[in-house]
Design a protein around this ligand. Structure first.
Ligand SMILES: Nc1ncnc2c1ncn2[C@@H]1O[C@H](COP(=O)(O)OS(=O)(=O)O)[C@@H](OP(=O)(O)O)[C@H]1O
Length: 279
């Protein structure tokens, strides 16, 4: 008689989750619908921390995907995003996307509907802020003046990142080849300090949930801090690299930089239709 056919393996039983681990029926890892593109030292961390308070948004970690690890693929990127339910906006921030040449193309490839947030700041203050950060890490750094100008007093050294990144008009022109201006939201870094609730509350038309009640002014830090960070009971200020003292830079140097940036600023105002008043 023919040998008995082996019993076919039983199909694996469906997974059994403890009640508290049931996956929410509609929660998914969605690609970000909005990205904070930078710029670094503009106030990106403050924007992110303040937005965390909003129940209608979910913020991803900071994987620097579009400027450092795009080769890992969009599926990997998506898996890093928090699970969200319908009606929630997924967001991510990276300090350098705005100045990364390939980023507009890659982000457009992910979704041409992505909303883009850029935190901008007076470029001279901004350049000094970058220098302050670098100096705190490398105390032996040459003076600001020596780095800002070729040969000490020559033309502005646009090869220095603190000068180059500030050419907002040039970076924006590149982005506008991929996204219309209506997709951009420009946030003044200064407003995040003077009126954090106002600025953050209005981002992306989110319901007005974040108000002055969420903040207090911390006189020691000299900046607004959160009365309670998300999921915590304690007041929370940003870390010590945010809001650090700036070195004194001679007025003549500041003036020369204002003169240098003026035409670029004018161009940026024209492109965005908004006078940021940096001159
Ligand atoms: N609430 C609050 N607390 C502290 N700092 C605040 C806050 N709001 C805005 N800022 C400004 O944020 C600047 C740092 O910007 P970023 O977070 O974009 O820096 S980074 O690129 O992520 O390192 C930082 O720049 P510096 O003051 O030059 O350090 C601040 O001016």
């Amino acid at each position: 008689p023919p040998a008995l056919a082996p019993t076919p393996p039983r199909p694996a039983p469906p997974p059994v989750y403890p009640a508290c681990d049931w996956p929410a029926a509609t929660a998914v890892n969605a690609f970000p619908q909005a990205l904070i593109l930078g710029v670094k030292k503009g106030g990106t961390r403050a924007s992110l921390e303040f937005l965390r308070l909003h129940p209608d948004r979910a913020l991803g970690s900071e994987p620097h995907f579009f400027n450092r690890c795009y080769e890992r693929g969009l599926a990997w990127y998506r898996s890093l995003m928090p699970r969200t339910v319908e009606g929630q906006i997924t967001m991510e921030k990276a300090p350098s996307y705005f100045v990364t040449c390939e980023a507009p193309h890659c982000i457009h490839g992910m979704s041409p509907d992505t909303k883009l947030i850029v935190v901008v700041r007076n470029l001279v203050t901004w350049a000094i802020s970058n220098y302050a950060q670098a100096l705190s890490r490398m105390p032996g750094l040459p003076s600001f003046r020596a780095l800002a100008f070729c040969h000490g007093l020559g033309p502005v050294d646009t090869a220095w990142s603190a000068m180059h990144i500030g050419l907002y008009a040039q970076h924006l022109a590149h982005w506008l080849c991929y996204f219309p201006l209506s997709h951009f939201l420009f946030v003044r870094g200064k407003c995040l300090v003077s009126n954090p609730a106002g600025k953050v509350g209005r981002v992306l038309g989110l319901k007005r949930v974040i108000t002055d009640k969420h903040f207090y002014f911390n006189a020691t830090k000299g900046f607004p801090c959160l009365k309670k960070a998300q999921g915590a009971r304690q007041p929370h200020c940003l870390g010590k690299s945010k809001g650090q003292p700036h070195p004194r830079v001679p007025e003549a140097v500041v003036q020369r930089l204002h003169d240098f940036y003026r035409p670029f600023n004018c161009k940026f105002y024209q492109m965005t239709g908004h006078d940021f008043g940096w001159d």
